[in-house]
Ligand binder design. Structure first.
Ligand SMILES: *Cc1c(COP(=O)(O)O)cnc(C)c1O
Length: 418
């Protein structure tokens, strides 16, 4: 076990203060907000400086690797998640792929859950096998994950809140299972709101990934993703890091090995780099995330309670409802709200959707506007029927990401559409 940058983790600032203050230097003439550095390359004044930077890749040279605007966003994400380091990338998919490849190579295995974002399931089922990496998707309980662990399992991968079922894994128990097998626990914390609702690193996770496209950006206007590593993780049983003895990645990079490899893979080598304009929008989005997600969670809970009382509505799933099988885990792992997403069943989804006048049909989450989809035929439509049902999707299911409209207007729209 290694402690890296412990100074970053014991900030006494709240989420709200961190979100608006981190990543902006103080000083005469400095911008008050995050400035946009619209530049592909950065200068050296001597050959020695250039050689040093190319050897270490720690500073600024070429924007595929690092850009000051992207770095400001990364500092903010690291602080909000209580981690050691972050690499920001061009999308959530780029982040998931980078997180997995940072600890897996040909011949390795990932243990994951069936209750996953469709694109993540696609990576595990379709893309990783192209590289000789296998994955098993099972229930998100610690027992189910334990039963699929193999000697070559390097990563356990799950989501803070499953999409769209609203199911929560027991994070601490999953961390124990992963670590007992010498694997790491990676959590897609997109639905955890970049640490606002949940900080998986505090519960034993080693890696958190995000689609910043959702609540971080928060306005449905920009794509992005990120991978943050925690301050403690054990790589001594992963040959990617230990092969080569004194020349191994672990010997060479020490406690920063995992963060180094993620930037090297995702940005430097694969080029899934985030642009400075998008980094600016995402950093700005983070500044209001707490306000938005608190309000959206409040409205989502009120709508879930109201929907549960409507005779035309079938099963309502929301982790903040006492009727949810995940209510106890939600009490343990979430704070500040239960999130902005709920699902409910209506008898005739096509008719229901066509009658909506405020709520829009669109496949995004975390927008300021309330958005709905029919997962059975859209977001999860390419999965086999059994996999769709395992993810909590039926032909009647509607998934709703609650925005910032008033509760009264949303409730009235749902009432007339029902
Ligand atoms: C949207 C989403 C992703 C993928 O992110 P993109 O930014 O669309 O690439 C991954 N995980 C979860 C939970 C998501 O909701």
């Amino acid at each position: 076990m290694t402690d890296i940058h412990p100074d970053l983790t014991d900030t006494e600032w709240s989420f709200e203060t961190t979100a608006v203050q981190t990543g902006i230097p103080r000083g005469l003439g400095q911008t008050v907000g995050v400035p946009i550095h619209q530049a592909a390359a950065f200068q050296f004044t001597t050959l020695e400086e250039a050689q040093d930077e190319f050897a270490r890749n720690q500073g600024l040279s070429y924007a595929r690797l690092q850009n000051p605007t992207v770095r400001a966003l990364e500092e903010r994400l690291t602080a909000l998640e209580g981690g050691a380091a972050t690499v920001a990338l061009s999308s959530g998919q780029a982040a998931t792929l980078t997180a997995i490849l940072s600890v897996c190579r040909a011949g390795d295995h990932v243990a994951s859950t069936a209750s996953l974002f469709g694109g993540s399931a696609g990576l595990l089922n379709n893309i990783l096998p192209l590289m000789g990496i296998s994955a098993t998707l099972t229930d998100n309980t610690p027992d189910a994950i334990e039963s699929v662990m193999q000697p070559n399992t390097r990563l356990v991968w799950a989501e803070t809140i499953g999409n769209p079922a609203g199911d929560l894994p027991d994070l601490s128990a999953l961390a124990e299972v992963a670590h007992a097998h010498g694997a790491l626990l990676g959590i897609d914390n997109t639905w955890g709101g970049v640490g606002y609702l949940c900080r998986p690193l505090d519960f034993g996770a080693d890696i958190v990934a995000h689609s910043l496209t959702k609540w971080a950006g928060g306005h449905g206007s920009v794509m992005g993703g990120s991978v943050t590593v925690g301050t403690r993780h054990d790589l001594t049983r992963n040959p990617i890091y230990t092969d080569g003895g004194e020349n191994s990645v672990l010997s060479q990079r020490g406690a920063a090995a995992l963060a180094w490899r993620q930037r090297w893979l995702g940005a430097h080598q694969m080029g899934m780099t985030l642009g400075p304009q998008n980094a600016f929008l995402l950093a700005q989005g983070l500044e209001t995330l707490a306000l938005r997600l608190a309000r959206e969670s409040e409205t989502a809970l009120a709508l879930a309670e109201w929907l549960e009382a409507q005779p035309q509505v079938g099963r309502v799933s929301y982790p903040g409802l006492p009727s949810s099988p995940w209510y106890a885990l939600a009490q343990k792992y979430l704070h500040g709200g239960f999130g902005a997403v709920l699902t409910f069943e209506v008898p005739d989804p096509a008719a229901f959707l066509s009658r909506l006048q405020v709520i829009r049909i669109a496949p995004n989450l975390g927008d300021t506007r309330t958005l709905v989809v029919h997962p059975w035929t859209t977001t999860h439509g390419r999965l086999p029927e059994a996999a769709r049902r395992a993810a909590g999707v039926t032909p009647q299911t509607i998934r709703m990401s609650v925005g910032l409209e008033s509760l009264e207007d949303l409730q009235a729209d749902l009432a007339q559409a029902l």
